[in-house]
Design a protein around this ligand. Structure first.
Ligand code: DGT
Ligand code: CA
Ligand code: CA
Ligand code: ZN
Length: 575
């Protein structure tokens, strides 16, 4: 039988090649492999299909050499080049370098000097205090390693919404095409659009559950069947994601969907309301215990209505006040997924992005946007090939030229994602900032400042009246880096007063502000800007996760600058 490798698996192999080449100290090549891996990860089409058509080298970022390697992976599920690389290097280093803060040099030292092969070995060595005495390490590194391991472990158990949602939607689509299937819905945390996902829950109704389960366990990407029955089947995908599929009765679909969407806390609160009426709420329906009659269950809204509540958007179902609001009729009017008119945080090839200004603009048009803001990094961010003031001026002229040549109303806004220095200064001269349409200022270094220093630093930056937006305002990277210490209420108050927007950065690993922080910001009358932080065309689609985060934070379209048409947007930005 032909093995079917998914895009994520192919990308994982290429990432490992890149890591191992980097450990070996090979120049340039790791970058090429990583670019190819990124491209494949975000491809909307199956890499196996593309390989079969012989179209691999048409993928941007994939050259002839890497195309041959991908061909081999697709045909055999493996790559000899990788196997060879693994043998050349001290055992275990490729696992160690996956930890944030451990680079190739440290990994090799740990493997050679201490015989550390796995993350468990590493943890034991750190706990025993054996790492601090290695040359180039020290007590601080040792405690950082323990912290990295802790974060890495949570990452293994949960995945980013942005990684899982496309996979889940694929499965949903496949189930929908089964003839006996009538209704299909995602449920659980993925329907609530939580930032990380434990497992995927899917509900269907069908006249032939046997057929549904048969198709389900043989879907591409399914590696192992964990439990199989006619009402519930669980599988493990090759990517180690668990998917639970339940087939439920048509007349119970609403109750089941409500129950399996959760959250558990939300459900408990609903059940209490039912109990007070001498009813019982379960996945089978809402039942009046006095008469045994089913009060509701066929559709979800009927369940909420019977309990005296307005239907509650899944993103709000966390028992954080939504039930009281549903009873009082004061649920927020959440921003819709189709209400974003443009992307205010886009990178291009001018700094660390993969595509040109025109390519990003074209992709944005295809999403139905009216505008985008090109916000490449400024010079002091060397790792991202930031733009010097001169290059930025060149870029502004180039954008002007492209806008003039365009035959439609789509507008490319000039912009920057500049750095907030340790003292709150912006790394571009005011004269240039004044000429840009959109100025995002972000913290990209010096994360270890005290809360007081960091708060003053960001508020100082907002004091520069060219700054429109604070980018990814807490600096967190999910599973990798905790937010820096900062007094958010103080920052939000200053932002509301000065009219500076807080970014909701939609990149799947950032989602910064987080849902809870959006909610807090909203209470401080802050207004928001949504940006995908796209580094390549396909990333523009990440906007959806930013909207989800805003919705989970009770944010309305009114609170978001880029739900506005361009002339109105300009009024949200500081002159
Ligand atoms: P996850 O998978 O960890 O990201 O989070 P969920 O919310 O998807 O949780 P999961 O998959 O364990 O269960 C799906 C839904 O089923 C959950 O949101 C609510 C419901 N559920 C599961 N277990 C319980 C339970 O013990 N009590 C109640 N009331 N509901 C539950
Ligand atoms: Ca789940
Ligand atoms: Ca589940
Ligand atoms: Zn940034």
């Amino acid at each position: 039988m032909e093995t079917i490798v998914t895009n994520i698996e192919v990308a994982a192999i290429l990432y490992e090649v890149a890591d191992l080449l980097e450990i070996k100290g090979v120049g340039f090549k790791p970058h090429a492999y990583r670019r190819a891996a990124q491209a494949i990860e975000t491809l909307p089409e199956s890499i196996a299909d593309i390989a079969r058509r012989g179209d691999l080298d048409a993928i941007p970022g994939v050259g002839k050499g890497i195309a041959t390697k991908i061909q081999e992976i697709v045909e055999t599920g493996d790559l000899k080049y990788l196997t060879d690389l693994r043998e050349e290097l001290p055992e275990g280093v490729q696992y160690l370098i996956r930890l944030p803060g451990i680079g190739p040099k440290k990994a090799i030292a740990l493997s050679r000097e201490l015989g550390v092969r796995t993350i468990d070995d590493l943890e034991a060595a750190a706990l025993a205090g054996r790492i601090r005495d290695l040359p180039g390490f020290g007590e601080k590194t040792e405690s950082n390693i323990l912290e990295s391991i802790r974060l890495h472990r949570t990452a293994k158990e949960r995945r980013l919404l942005g990684q899982i949602l496309p996979v889940a939607r694929d499965i949903e689509q496949n189930l929908r095409s089964i003839p006996s299937v009538r209704q299909v819905s995602l449920a659980g945390s993925i329907r609530r659009m939580k930032e990380t996902i434990g497992d995927v829950d899917i509900l269907v109704t069908s006249s032939d559950p046997r057929e549904v389960m048969e198709v389900f366990v043989t879907l591409p990407g399914v590696e192992r069947v964990l439990a199989r029955g006619l009402t519930k089947t669980s599988v493990l995908l090759a990517t180690e994601i668990q998917v639970d599929l339940r087939v439920v009765e048509e007349r119970q679909f609403g109750a089941a969907l409500q129950y399996f969407t959760g959250s558990k806390e939300h459900n408990i609160a609903l059940r209490k309301i039912a109990i007070a009426k001498n009813w019982r709420l379960s996945e089978y329906g809402l039942v009046d215990l006095a008469t045994g009659r089913t009060v509701a269950g066929e559709d979800e809204a009927s369940v909420y209505r019977a309990l005296g509540l307005a239907w509650i958007e899944p993103e709000l179902r966390e028992d954080r006040g939504e039930i009281e609001a549903a009873r009082a009729g004061t649920l927020p009017d959440l921003v819709g997924y189709d209400e974003i008119r443009g992307d205010l945080h886009v990178h291009t090839r001018w700094s660390e992005g993969a595509h040109s200004i025109e390519e990003m603009a074209q992709a944005a048009r295809e999403l139905g946007y009216e505008y985008i803001a090109i916000c490449d990094h400024a010079e002091t961010l060397h790792i991202a090939r930031g733009l010097s003031p001169e290059r930025l001026c060149d870029q502004m002229r180039e954008i002007e030229r492209i806008n003039r040549a365009a035959e439609d109303d789509f507008t490319i806004l000039t912009g920057t994602e500049c750095n907030i220095g340790m003292d709150g200064k912006i790394d571009l001269p005011d004269s240039i900032l004044a000429d840009l349409d959109v100025v995002i200022a972000s913290v990209h270094s010096g994360f270890k400042q005290t809360e007081k220093e960091m708060t003053e630093r960001v508020i100082t930056a907002m004091g520069n009246d060219h700054v429109d937006i604070i980018g990814h305002p807490t600096g967190r990277i999910i599973f990798e880096r905790e937010p820096y210490r900062i007094d958010l209420p103080a920052v939000f108050d200053a932002a509301a007063k000065l009219g500076v927007l807080m970014e909701i950065n939609a990149f799947p690993g950032r989602l910064d502000l987080s849902d809870a922080n959006c909610r807090l910001a909203r209470e401080h009358n802050v207004r928001f800007s949504l940006g995908s932080d796209a580094h390549r065309r396909e990333n523009l689609r990440y906007m959806e996760f930013g909207v989800a985060t805003a919705r989970r934070g009770w944010v309305s379209a009114n609170d978001i600058a880029n739900t506005r048409p361009l002339p109105e947007l300009r009024r949200f930005l500081r002159s």
